[in-house]
Design a protein around this ligand. Sequence first.
Ligand code: CA
Length: 130
Amino acid sequence: MEQKTVLYIEDNYHNRRIVRKILQTRGYTLIEAQDGIVGLAMVRKLKPPLVLLDIGLPGMDGIEVVGHIKADTELRDIPVIALTASAMRGDRERFLDAGCDDYLSKPVQAMELINMVAAHYPASNDKSTF
Ligand code: CA
C-alpha cells in the first residue's frame, strides 16, 4: 500500500488524537508537532505532502507558520489546510490571505476532513478514496 503522510501542527492532544484516528481509516500516517516552531522545522526537514495547521499555537502561531512555508520556494507547493475553532466572520479570508490553501473549522467532521485532505493531497494513484 502506498505510504501517505500528513503533518498536523496542533497543540491540543485531543484534537491530534481525533484527526489521527480519522485519517488512519484512510491509510494516512499522521506525523504530529505540538507547536509552531517545531512544526515549521518538521516541514523544512520532512517536506510532507500535506500540512494540517492549527492557527492558535504557542510560540509561533499558524498564520506565521504558513507565512514561512509559502515564502520558501522549496516548500510553497505543499498544501496547507488551516484547522481552527475560530468561526469569526472574515477568518476564512484571513487564513486564505495568509497563504493557507483551504480552511476547516473544528470540531472536525470525519467526512469533511477526509474529503478535504483527499482533494488537496498531491496526485496519487489511490482509487480507494471514493
Ligand atoms: Ca491550539
